[in-house]
Design a protein around this ligand. Structure first.
Ligand code: DQA
Length: 171
């Protein structure tokens, strides 16, 4: 699936879009099934709808979002590596890889971009094997248990962080 990229249709505005901070949003394995996957845990909202809300908020906050989903660990690692230089931050729900993937953790550490880890469910109220995250140690913050709203909170928090850190740099 090609990545979703938020953009205006207008030429003049496209110039502005190019200069907007870019944020990479990554969804891990099985999140493509949201909406009919264990709805009592993950809710009824589809990934498409979550992405549409993110795109809308991204527009309001003045950032450009690129959103991708994969069921493959190496693909997620490649996208994280490619984010270096082009992006100002990452929002990631690594899904089951949260609990298994040193490779994703190492990729995030390598690119050293502010990263927000999101989980729809509260992983600390679930099975023991979900209570350890390899990603949280390299994340700026983790949001867990707010359902789809967690992604929007992550985007607001990350934008505020980017704004704060860029205004410090220009002082
Ligand atoms: C999840 C929690 C993980 O434990 C699980 O493997 C997922 C989704 C969440 O969003 O709550 O696939 O990351």
């Amino acid at each position: 699936m090609p990545p979703l990229v938020w953009r205006f249709g207008h030429r003049y505005v496209e110039g502005l879009v190019r200069d907007m901070p870019r944020i990479l949003v990554l969804h891990g394995p099985n999140l493509n099934l949201l909406g009919n996957r264990e709805a009592s845990i993950y809710g009824t909202e589809t990934l498409e709808r979550i992405n549409a809300s993110l795109m809308k908020l991204g527009g309001e906050l003045g950032v450009q979002l690129v959103i991708r989903q994969s069921n493959f660990e190496g693909e997620l690692v490649n996208w994280i590596q490619d984010a270096r230089g082009d992006y100002r931050g990452i929002i990631i729900n690594p899904a089951a890889y949260t609990h298994t993937s040193i490779a994703i953790r190492d990729a995030l550490a390598a690119v050293d971009l502010p990263t927000i880890e999101v989980h729809l469910s509260n992983i600390y109220r679930r099975e023991d094997f979900r209570q350890h995250s390899y990603v949280s140690g390299v994340a700026l913050a983790q949001i867990s248990g707010f359902g789809a709203t967690g992604y929007l909170l992550a985007l607001r928090g990350l934008c505020e962080h980017i704004l704060k850190t860029s205004s410090k740099g220009s002082e």
